[in-house]
Design a protein. Structure first.
Length: 121
């Protein structure tokens, strides 16, 4: 889970505690969620989270406008492509030496990507 998603989840949790105490009437789930986030942002902890979320949003939009890829999404895309290649080799039923070596390389690459995601460079 990215830092952005973690901050949003924490903000929602704070807001849900506030909203549960208030009367929500017959409002939709989206409206209740928006109310929870808005009220949570007014608390001291929520204000800190909201400020960080805004920073992350600005960083994301700047990266996008400059054509710079998001490092986390690149890592996830790499993992997906390695997984797809691994499945293709396994499903082919071709246990030759080259296929086994390629599988070993894929597993090593997957480990490297996961370590980079969790910060164990």
């Amino acid at each position: 889970m990215s830092e952005y998603e973690q901050c949003m989840k924490a903000l929602e949790i704070i807001g849900n505690g506030i909203i549960q105490k208030a009367d929500t009437g017959h409002k939709s789930a989206k409206v209740i969620k928006a109310m929870a986030i808005a009220r949570a942002a007014q608390t001291p902890e929520g204000a800190i989270l909201a400020k960080r979320i805004m920073q992350l949003e600005r960083q994301r939009s700047i990266r996008k406008s400059l054509g710079i890829a998001d490092p986390e999404s690149d890592a996830f895309q790499k993992l997906e492509s390695l997984h797809a290649e691994k499945l293709q080799i396994i499903r082919s039923g071709n246990p030759d030496r080259a296929a086994i070596k390629r599988l070993q390389k894929i597993y090593d690459d997957e480990g490297d990507v996961v370590r980079s995601l969790i910060g164990e460079d």
